[in-house]
Design a binder for this molecule. Structure first.
Ligand code: PMV
Length: 349
């Protein structure tokens, strides 16, 4: 994987660009999920997670310093961002300014090729791109580990999108500063395993309950949460073994059971959090039928109704047809392993 990733790393040197710093990052899909924070302020997860960065739905973010402005300006897909989105971006800029010892406001312009807030990891690509662009704009020279740690403060899944291919995010140890320092992602080299991920967009609208609220409720009220978190450790060990063997069936089985277990913890929360819709369940049935027909295909779902189906690239067309048959009206995009976040030269330079 990734010559692309390595090239990306080369281009990611910190530099201050007059016309702003633009970074591009891709979403990732966790094969072993992160769900639940043990420190909400520092965004430190309870469990380790492992993901595949995708080659679709990039986020492009430009950060321009505006020394004369009174406040930060945040635009998302061309529209001024307000409320929670703006609050999270400004809090992130405050953190970068604190690290850089700077005070100037900035203008942040983000373009998402993925529907925002629909459980398609827009926060992962979004905060990875923002970490790379903002740290460059404010003149911070951070290595990949520090960028990953920084991206985590925006959204824990973003820590993994700093890297291309497969990435493992450590939940870290200790509390406070020790937890912050020890929680970051790192690449997991997996030679010769580049499956397809067929993404079934059954509903691209924003989710009813944010993952932030849903996680907190799950940790606080779900009697299943601790059991899932414990079993997730074994899933991670098994997953690393199957990835190193390039065993699609092993990887798929573990990813599917880990995701279903995560959703079980939410269903047992009080009140229940249910992201899976009738169309989700229809696609899951389609995946089971594919396996009965001898096609290795395995599903994973995040904080939304969309389903991602892992399969051999040669089977991706058949999997997409099955998904469309199971949930007419949904749209399908096929992804492969993608590159890590990288800094791009600003337009006109
Ligand atoms: O980092 P967030 O708030 O986008 O958390 C989402 C976590 C899941 O997507 C459900 C799982 C994961 O590990 O990406």
């Amino acid at each position: 994987m990734s010559t692309d990733h390595e090239r990306g790393r080369g281009r990611r040197q910190a530099k201050v660009l007059d016309r702003g710093s633009t970074a591009v990052a891709h979403p990732n899909i966790a094969l072993i999920k992160y769900w639940g924070k043990r420190d909400e302020r520092l965004v430190v997860p309870y469990v380790d997670s492992l993901s595949m960065t995708l080659d679709v739905f990039p986020t492009s973010t430009t950060v321009r310093l505006s020394p004369g402005a009174r406040a930060d300006r945040v635009t998302l897909d061309g529209t001024s961002a307000e409320g929670e989105v703006r609050r999270r971006v400004v809090a992130f800029l405050d953190l970068v300014r604190e690290l850089a010892g700077r005070t100037e406001p900035a203008a942040v312009d983000t373009r998402n090729a993925v529907p925002t807030g629909a459980g398609l990891a827009s926060s992962a690509s979004g905060f990875a791109a923002l970490a790379v662009a903002a740290s460059a704009a404010y003149g911070l020279d951070l290595d990949d580990t520090a960028l990953s740690r920084l991206a985590r403060r925006g959204s824990a899944s973003a820590a993994r999108s700093i890297f291309g291919g497969y990435a493992l995010c450590h939940a870290g140890q200790g509390v406070g500063a020790a937890a912050d320092l020890s929680s970051y992602a790192e690449p997991v080299p997996v030679p010769d395993f580049d499956p397809a991920l067929v993404i079934a967009l059954v509903d691209a609208g924003p989710k009813a309950v944010s993952s932030r609220v849903a996680m907190r409720r799950t940790v606080e009220t779900s009697p299943l949460y601790e059991a899932w978190a414990r079993s997730s450790k074994d899933d991670l060990t098994d997953m690393r073994e199957m990835l190193s063997r390039g065993d699609l069936e092993g990887v798929g089985e573990i990813a599917e059971r880990n995701a279903l277990g995560m959703h079980a913890t939410m269903l047992a929360a009080r009140p229940a959090v249910r992201y899976l819709s009738p169309a989700t369940v229809a696609v899951l049935d389609g995946v089971i039928q594919l396996r009965r027909d001898g096609v290795p295909a395995y599903a994973t779902m995040d904080a939304g109704p969309n389903v991602k189906v892992l399969c051999h690239p040669a089977d991706a067309g058949r999997v997409a047809d099955t998904v469309l048959g199971a949930a007419p009206g949904c749209s399908v995009v096929t992804a492969r392993c993608g590159p890590g976040a990288r800094l791009r030269t600003a337009a006109g330079r």
